[in-house]
Design a protein around this ligand. Structure first.
Ligand code: HEM
Ligand SMILES: *[C@@H]1O[C@H](CO)[C@@H](O)[C@H](O)[C@H]1NC(C)=O
Ligand SMILES: *[C@@H]1O[C@H](CO)[C@@H](O)[C@H](O)[C@H]1NC(C)=O
Ligand SMILES: *[C@@H]1O[C@H](CO)[C@@H](O)[C@H](O)[C@H]1NC(C)=O
Ligand SMILES: *[C@@H]1O[C@H](CO)[C@@H](O)[C@H](O)[C@H]1NC(C)=O
Ligand SMILES: *[C@@H]1O[C@H](CO)[C@@H](O)[C@H](O)[C@H]1NC(C)=O
Ligand SMILES: *[C@@H]1O[C@H](CO)[C@@H](O)[C@H](O)[C@H]1NC(C)=O
Ligand SMILES: *[C@H]1O[C@H](CO)[C@@H](O)[C@H](O)[C@H]1NC(C)=O
Length: 347
């Protein structure tokens, strides 16, 4: 008993001493590296960090918006920056699809503002997909979460996913664990990744429509009744246009309180609370609620893995000049380069 207690103490001390250094999981995908911009844009990461440090002082909600954009980008056809593309009336893009409608406009603007700064400093070398990954990383760290390194070298995609692909790739907040695991399995993410990545809901907001399935027509019996009472004040009807915080204990801090919420049956979405009802995920929720360092360690592992889903590298895709639009010269290129090369680019 005593010796195991000492062991726990020693290992947590060892962990503390390493928290000042960035956690590092080596790149999985060939073509990505930590030093990708070392010669072409050596200050890229500090330019992004500096911009966001200032921006978060004015609007901490921006951090949640940026973290969610990276998640949506990666889950739908890979981390290729396609989420950032504006659609047209006839071709509405990923942004226009239902799950995307609540992505923050301020976060898209911040990515474009950062892109302009980087292009001014280095020319058109840093991809929008890498900016999204780095902005998510800084959002976590600057909100109080772990510091970690991001493998770089993603290229920007030329296409965005249609509505049916987007719907199939992003699980609804009404999903149970069975459904969530099935969606994640398609992209090789596992049970541990699901529980750790869901911890992203330790910051940010949600609209009534994302959780009123648990209030109307009747209250989800699993939900804490005092918590429910407050939610009814925020959302008197199922479609009230209002928002509440994802993590009631520390809404703007990236910590492990989200899991404490779940233990208290104060998770907001079905997809959150079911993590504590389902036997496959319950013990992990408890462990993350007890140990923030364990959560941080696993979150970093899982988000670095998520950040490498179906990335484009090498000469695939392009480096956009404007994160909201494909380069105009892409079209020009494939109209002058003949056949094979041109067909590869024309989607
Ligand atoms: C596991 C499946 C997931 C589901 C079903 C889900 C669903 C949702 C929903 C419905 C919202 C609220 C949208 C609104 O009503 O405005 C939301 C917000 C958010 N999600 Fe998730 N999410 C999931 C995973 C993730 C992951 C993996 C991350 C990042 C690691 C993440 C980060 C966020 C953040 C930061 C917000 C707040 C955004 C803001 O305040 O602008 N989510 N999520
Ligand atoms: C959406 O895209 C997928 C994959 O590219 C394709 O199979 C599907 O037919 C498309 N659906 C619509 C409605 O365009
Ligand atoms: C995506 O899902 C939403 C809501 O479930 C639905 O309204 C929309 O029609 C779906 N879009 C496509 C293209 O299937
Ligand atoms: C989980 O949700 C699916 C629908 O997505 C449903 O068919 C299934 O019965 C649910 N499983 C449990 C255990 O509630
Ligand atoms: C929105 O929620 C707040 C509490 O969070 C509540 O005071 C307000 O009445 C709600 N607005 C609407 C339109 O229901
Ligand atoms: C919901 O309310 C916000 C702020 O009050 C407003 O900007 C937005 O347009 C409203 N959305 C809808 C769908 O009414
Ligand atoms: C970037 O592209 C979007 C979408 O086409 C456009 O609305 C916006 O004006 C462009 N921004 C710049 C600075 O050119
Ligand atoms: C859905 O999101 C994408 C990018 O995230 C955006 O380009 C698109 O305009 C959005 N759709 C709508 C209807 O806002």
């Amino acid at each position: 008993m005593a010796s195991s207690l000492i062991l726990v103490l020693v290992s947590s001390l060892a962990f503390l001493s390493s928290t000042s250094e960035a956690r590092t999981y080596p790149p999985i995908v060939k073509g990505l590296s930590f030093t990708f911009y070392e010669s072409t844009c050596p200050h890229a990461e500090s330019i992004i960090r500096q911009f966001l440090t200032t921006a978060f002082k004015k609007d901490i909600g921006l951090a949640a918006g940026l973290l969610r954009i990276h998640f949506h980008d990666c889950f739908v056809q890979g981390c290729d920056g396609s989420i950032l593309l504006d659609g047209t009336a006839s071709d509405p893009s990923e942004k226009g699809d239902l799950p995307n409608l609540t992505l923050r406009k301020t976060a898209f603007k911040a990515i474009n503002d950062v892109k302009a700064l980087l292009d001014r400093a280095c020319g058109r070398v840093v991809s929008c997909a890498d900016i999204a990954a780095l902005a998510a990383r800084d959002s976590v760290y600057l909100s109080g979460g772990p510091k970690y390194k991001v493998p770089l070298g993603r290229r920007d995609g030329l296409t965005f996913a249609n509505g049916s692909v987007t719907n199939a790739s992003l699980p609804a907040p009404t999903s149970n664990v069975t459904k969530l695991l099935a969606v994640l399995k398609k992209i090789n993410l596992d049970t541990t990744d699901l529980v750790a990545l869901s911890g992203g809901h330790t910051i940010g907001l949600a609209h009534c429509t994302s959780f009123t399935n648990r209030l109307f027509p009747s209250q989800d019996p699993i939900m804490n009744k005092y918590f429910a009472k407050n939610l009814y004040l925020t959302c008197p009807a199922a479609n009230t246009n209002n928002t509440t915080v994802n993590d009631v204990r520390s809404p703007n801090t990236f910590d492990n309180k989200y899991y404490v919420d779940l233990l208290n049956r104060e998770g907001l979405f079905t997809s959150d609370q079911d993590l504590y009802s389902d036997q496959r995920t319950k013990s992990l929720v408890t462990r993350f609620a007890i140990s923030q360092s364990l959560f941080f360690e696993q979150f970093v592992y899982s988000i670095v893995k998520m950040g490498q889903l179906s990335v484009l590298t090498g000469d695939q895709g392009e480096i956009r000049a404007n994160c909201s639009a494909r380069n105009p010269d892409t079209k020009f290129l494939w109209s002058v380069v003949d056949d094979e090369e041109g067909e590869k680019l024309a989607y």
